[in-house]
Design a protein around this ligand. Structure first.
Ligand SMILES: [Fe+2]
Length: 210
């Protein structure tokens, strides 16, 4: 009888685990759909000159894992969907800076494009298990780099303006390699929004914590 009870308890434990896992998956799927909807809302209402339609953009982003990827493996946004949440926060900060400081852009959609795509490289850089509990760096990358890789990936989705390319490439500011600081300085002089993009990224990570 004791053995039967022990087996029965084991089954109960297993049932609980499976139930918990299914609820977690359902919650993650719900959050993914919310992020996709938010993306659609942003780009449908704000954009009319993308050269692509929002659904094809979403399909390509889904293939990249954009709505699932974390924003980092240990610093900020280390959870499934963290990259999207971080990108949206940066976008909001960049839009705030644009409005309050009356910033000019080569096209008015740029704060949204730069904000949402500045960290696109992270779709490719990280590995994470489906439970969203373990995150790491891939060791089989074909493309390395950060800002430059994000530019390459974003260019496959959209035609970027020169200013958007500069903002995404240099969004790390002086966190980039020291030997690049002269080029960073030139980029800021030519496109002041490079500095504001970096500032928006810093506000998101260092002040808002996302
Ligand atoms: Fe970022």
């Amino acid at each position: 009888m004791a053995i039967v009870n022990a087996i029965s308890n084991r089954f109960d434990e297993l049932d609980e685990k499976i139930k918990f896992q299914r609820e977690k998956e359902a919650q993650r799927e719900k959050e993914r759909l919310q992020r996709v909807q938010l993306f659609r809302d942003i780009f449908k209402t704000k954009y009319w000159n993308l050269g692509t339609d929002v659904d094809s953009l979403i399909n390509q982003l889904e293939e990249l894992g954009y709505f699932y990827a974390p924003a980092s493996t240990k610093y900020h946004g280390t959870y499934i969907g963290g990259l999207f949440d971080h990108s949206w926060r940066v976008t909001k900060e960049l839009v705030n800076l644009t409005t309050s400081l009356d910033l000019d852009w080569q096209r008015i959609e740029s704060p949204y494009i730069v904000g949402m795509f500045h960290d696109l490289c992270k779709c490719d850089d990280y590995i994470y298990d489906p439970s969203g509990e373990r995150f790491g760096h891939r060791d089989d990358l074909i493309l390395n780099g950060h800002g430059e890789k994000s530019v390459i990936m974003a260019q496959k989705l959209l035609d970027l303006t020169d200013e958007e390319i500069a903002c995404i490439r240099w969004h790390m500011g002086a966190y980039d390699n020291k030997e690049n600081w002269n080029i960073l300085g030139r980029a800021i002089e030519k496109y002041p929004n490079v500095l504001y993009t970096h500032t928006a990224d810093m506000i998101a990570t260092r002040i808002r914590g996302i």
